[in-house]
Write a protein that binds this ligand. Sequence first.
Ligand code: NDP
Length: 434
Amino acid sequence: AQRNPNQPEFIQAVNEVIASIWPFLAQNPGYLQHGLLERLVEPERLVQFRVSWVNDLGQVQVNRGYRIQHSSAIGPIKGGMRFHPSVDLSVLKFLAFEQTLKNALTTLPMGGGKGGSDFNPKGKSEGEVMRFCQALMLELYRHLGANTDVPAGDIGVGGREVGYMAGMMKKLTNSAECVFTGKGLSFGGSLVRPEATGYGLLYFVEAMLANQAQSLAGMTVSVSGSGNVAQYAIEKAMELGACVITASDSDGTVYDPSGFTPEKLARLMELKNEQRKRVADYAFEMGLEYFSDRTPWHLPTQVALPCATQNELLEEDAVALIANGVLMVAEGANMPSSAEAIKAFHAAKVLFAPGKAANAGGVATSGLEMSQNAQRLSWSREKVDTRLKKIMQSIHATCVNYGMDEEGHVNYEDGANIAGFVKVADAMLAQGVY
Ligand code: NDP
């Protein structure tokens, strides 16, 4: 904490991992040598820069841009860009640290990083978003490369923003190599990448349930958020026979006890993605109950899927979910559950899948996009989806392998943390101290 003042999210993420792997480290003291832990929690490189751009009124705007290149131990740096007013060093350092362990779990050769800006895309015109993305690339481009650092999207950065950044990158470097994933299909994107995080989350949930000889059919599912991850989590959960009763944004939650249908989801997606409207508008149009300023966690559900942002599920939410009989929680977002909430889930033996395992499908499919770009080929939808599903099943098996206790209960948090750590740590040890 002394080395990282005013970085509560980063400290929270590091504490969570170190506490979880500590018994394993005690049994394997080799990992406590060579300054390994000290090096693992220090980003390899971190850039912060000014982004100046001109808005539609002709006024100069100044934002902060960042890229945290946390670890290249197992491959080129890989991790998304986030545009949100809450973006600061603490948030991005936590995300880059988590990303490093997550990417290790995918089995693909990718290091970990994260970047973004405190730019708020809400209410900005098309032209403003494009000029901002281009201004940001004027600095960021020099830190990227197909074998160095390959960003993607995250909160506030979807296909549109990736397109503007990738286009500017091409212009500045006179090169069409793959330095962004999440690209549009017409310029090197991969089929299933937009769906991958949400779909992957549900493939992971399916594997967790199968491990308990259960299935999602007929189960009640609560989803938070209504962005990229949430939308495709809802879609796949419905496909697997679940009844999805909620969606949300930072203003509130819509409650639909009879569940989403493909038609309702299509309307929500149209409102959010094309008209850039709010969940409240959707609730009003559909005549559904809407809880202003509330998350979905007070409503009874069997499977809770937080898919919005960090620390959106607190201890009191966990207590409410447990009291209402929740069976499992799987994180579509990064670190949505607070440390106290996770503790409550473990104490109640609620199966809990941390984001670094459950939401790894997005970055895994980004890895597949990189492979397709390197081959100069586009794989079919079936091929990408099958690979994604296999990767999620293999991450699940790895978590079970490292996280099962003598009574057969799986602690997915420990399993994911230990497995990710071992992969990165072994690579770091093999490459010497630098
Ligand atoms: P989007 O920008 O598409 O959607 C974000 C959603 O979360 C919106 O509904 C947004 O509501 C809500 N949200 C954002 N910030 C807050 C906040 N402070 N309080 C409450 N709600 C908030 O982002 P994604 O769906 O891509 O990302 C969601 C989460 O999933 C993030 O944690 C991200 O890191 C993680 N993730 C994303 C991956 C991807 O492939 N996209 C991969 C792996 C993880 P509002 O419109 O009100 O802001």
